[in-house]
Write a protein that binds this ligand. Structure first.
Ligand SMILES: *[C@@H]1O[C@H](CO)[C@@H](O)[C@H](O)[C@H]1NC(C)=O
Ligand SMILES: *[C@@H]1O[C@H](CO)[C@@H](O)[C@H](O)[C@H]1NC(C)=O
Ligand SMILES: *[C@@H]1O[C@H](CO)[C@@H](O)[C@H](O)[C@H]1NC(C)=O
Ligand SMILES: *[C@@H]1O[C@H](CO)[C@@H](O)[C@H](O)[C@H]1NC(C)=O
Ligand SMILES: *[C@@H]1O[C@H](CO)[C@@H](O)[C@H](O)[C@H]1NC(C)=O
Ligand SMILES: *[C@@H]1O[C@H](CO)[C@@H](O)[C@H](O)[C@H]1NC(C)=O
Ligand SMILES: *[C@@H]1O[C@H](CO)[C@@H](O)[C@H](O)[C@H]1NC(C)=O
Ligand SMILES: *[C@@H]1O[C@H](CO)[C@@H](O)[C@H](O)[C@H]1NC(C)=O
Ligand SMILES: *[C@@H]1O[C@H](CO)[C@@H](O)[C@H](O)[C@H]1NC(C)=O
Ligand SMILES: *[C@@H]1O[C@H](CO)[C@@H](O)[C@H](O)[C@H]1NC(C)=O
Ligand SMILES: *[C@@H]1O[C@H](CO)[C@@H](O)[C@H](O)[C@H]1NC(C)=O
Ligand SMILES: *[C@@H]1O[C@H](CO)[C@@H](O)[C@H](O)[C@H]1NC(C)=O
Length: 451
């Protein structure tokens, strides 16, 4: 007990000494930035003309300082040159002089060259924003500060693998590596970054399976892995991500069935699994996702009937099930989706009549039922769809006359009823819409004149 106080004092002194040693001299910070400025293009130097007075870097454009007790002085804590167009590289930036940085935002500029490995000395860094540049090479995250909360490297030319060291960045809330040229598989230990609310890895060359460990990211709200070459099935563990509002897995090579567990994502607003090779039927349980405004499943190998439970998705604005092998008739209950502006069931094997209830969709702008085996006549109720811009029902087995009510569609820009067995004369007012740019009626049994 007696020896305790001196011990504490001693360690305090060590801490203070350490802190003093770590704190960069303001002059050195200014010098480091001026050296970097000198490496940039003349135009950039002009833009940074306020970067001059060595004794007052805190007054420079985009430079923020903080008085920190631990540093025992005022030091540079933030640099934000977003969209100020500096052109050059980060090679000559001496990061060792800037260890007090908590935020570095150089986004939307013309920075090229390699991702700077030296950036790892920024132990206090919480936000690194380099998106929208031309930075190449591989991402070195091995020594990156574990204090990072926000990492946005999207829209660059980064290549190579996502290093598994990314699993050390345990405080990350936002991770965006989208629109690069990253390859290899998604490290499964990203599943340990449980504070993540946004995970964007879209538009890369990532391959392999979606790690089921991503199901641990229970705070995720936005999740986008689209436009990669990911394969295997969609892990059912994604059903654990109950805070998701956006789930985009489109344009990959995913196969297998749509997991029923996705129906646990009850606040999901946007689900896009298009352009994969998903098979099986559309799970009925998706009807539980009543917050959905967008459901896109186009270009897959989905079969079976359109589940009538989709009729519960009363907030849907965009429903695209085109280019699958769906069969059976169009469920009448779809008519309850009165917020729909876009409905495409194009290129399936749907049969039966066009439900006249489709005429309730007064908000529809695009209706595409082409390339199915629909029969019967075109319901005159479609004339109610006064906001309709595109109506395509080509290549079906529709018969009977074209209802003159279609002439009420004064906003129509395109009408394609070709390759059916429609008969009778072409209604005189069919071209009432002044906005019509295409009208295709060929391969029918129509008579009369084109108005
Ligand atoms: C940049 O400016 C210096 C002098 O200010 C000039 O000598 C040099 O040619 C300029 N370089 C370019 C690429 O314009
Ligand atoms: C540079 O900044 C210091 C400290 O704010 C100030 O005293 C000095 O006048 C400035 N020098 C010039 C040339 O502006
Ligand atoms: C970079 O900064 C550190 C810390 O201020 C300093 O010790 C070092 O000499 C600088 N390096 C260069 C190349 O200026
Ligand atoms: C990353 O930057 C891009 C480009 O500015 C932006 O669109 C995106 O929303 C950012 N990501 C996150 C998660 O904020
Ligand atoms: C992307 O990386 C691949 C190798 O993984 C390479 O073949 C390709 O040229 C790169 N594309 C671009 C645009 O850099
Ligand atoms: C995550 O989902 C899987 C598969 O649905 C399940 O077995 C597991 O218990 C879930 N984990 C948590 C933490 O909810
Ligand atoms: C579907 O994805 C493939 C790549 O997997 C791409 O080449 C094709 O353009 C995509 N199709 C559409 C309609 O976007
Ligand atoms: C989800 O939908 C299915 C089928 O419609 C239903 O049986 C089930 O009770 C629903 N689950 C929840 C949690 O609403
Ligand atoms: C439908 O999908 C197949 C691939 O499954 C593709 O080859 C074809 O071009 C697609 N058709 C349209 C019109 O997008
Ligand atoms: C569909 O709408 C009709 C009336 O328009 C209503 O009677 C019916 O209950 C609705 N069905 C569902 C499942 O919401
Ligand atoms: C017309 O539709 C039939 C299927 O109903 C299809 O086989 C044929 O190729 C189509 N003709 C043209 C010219 O598109
Ligand atoms: C043609 O359109 C006008 C509105 O632009 C409408 O008032 C008129 O009733 C329409 N005529 C017919 C025959 O549908």
């Amino acid at each position: 007990m007696e020896t305790e106080p001196p011990k504490v004092l001693a360690s305090l002194t060590v801490l203070l000494l350490l802190a003093t040693a770590l704190a960069p001299v303001p002059g050195e910070q200014a010098r480091a930035l001026l050296v970097w400025k000198a490496s940039l293009s003349n135009q950039s130097q002009h833009a940074l003309r306020s970067w001059e007075n060595m004794s007052a870097p805190c007054s420079w454009l985009g430079v923020r300082c903080t008085a920190h007790q631990r540093w025992r002085q005022t030091a540079i804590s933030g640099i934000s040159l977003r969209g100020m167009r500096p052109r050059g590289t980060l090679e000559s930036l001496n990061f060792s002089a800037l260890t007090t940085l908590t935020c570095l935002d150089l986004s939307h500029n013309y920075l090229a060259g390699a991702f700077p490995p030296g950036i790892g000395v920024l132990r206090e860094l919480q936000a690194l924003l380099l998106q929208g540049n031309q930075i190449r090479g591989s991402v070195h995250l091995g020594k990156m500060s574990s204090n990072l909360v926000t990492l946005n490297l999207s829209i660059n030319h980064l290549a190579g693998h996502i290093p598994s060291e990314i699993g050390h960045l345990r405080h990350l809330v936002t991770l965006d590596l989208s629109s690069n040229n990253l390859s290899g598989s998604i490290p499964s230990n990203i599943g340990g970054l449980t504070k993540l609310t946004t995970l964007n890895l879209f538009e890369n060359n990532l391959s392999g399976n979606i790690p089921r460990e991503l199901g641990y990211l229970v705070n995720l709200e936005d999740f986008d892995l689209s436009e990669n070459t990911l394969s295997g099935s969609i892990p059912n563990s994604l059903g654990n991500l109950t805070k998701l509002t956006t789930l985009h897995l489109f344009q990959n090579l995913l196969s297998g069935q749509i997991p029923r567990e996705l129906s646990y994502l009850v606040i999901l607003e946007d689900l896009d699994l298009s352009n994969n090779t998903l098979s099986g039927s559309i799970p009925r349980n998706l009807g539980n996702l009543t917050e959905l405004t967008i459901l896109r499943l186009w270009v897959n190998r989905l079969s079976g009937q359109i589940p009538r439970e989709l009729g519960y998705l009363v907030n849907l604005e965009n429903l695209d099930l085109s280019n699958n092998t769906l069969s059976g008739s169009i469920p009448i209950i779809i008519a309850n989706l009165t917020k729909l502006t876009y409905l495409s069931l194009f290129q399936n094997q749907l049969s039966g009549k066009i439900p006249r209830e489709l005429g309730y969709h007064v908000n529809l702008q695009v209706l595409d039922l082409s390339q199915n085996t629909l029969s019967g006549s075109i319901p005159d109720s479609l004339g109610n769809l006064i906001r309709l811009k595109t109506l395509q029902i080509f290549q079906n087995r529709l018969s009977g006359p074209i209802p003159p009510e279609l002439g009420y569609l004064v906003n129509l820009e395109g009408l394609d009823l070709s390759n059916n067995t429609l008969s009778g004369s072409i209604p005189r007012n069919l071209c009432n819409s002044t906005k019509l740019t295409f009208l295709r009626l060929w391969k029918n049994k129509l008579s009369g004149q084109i108005p």
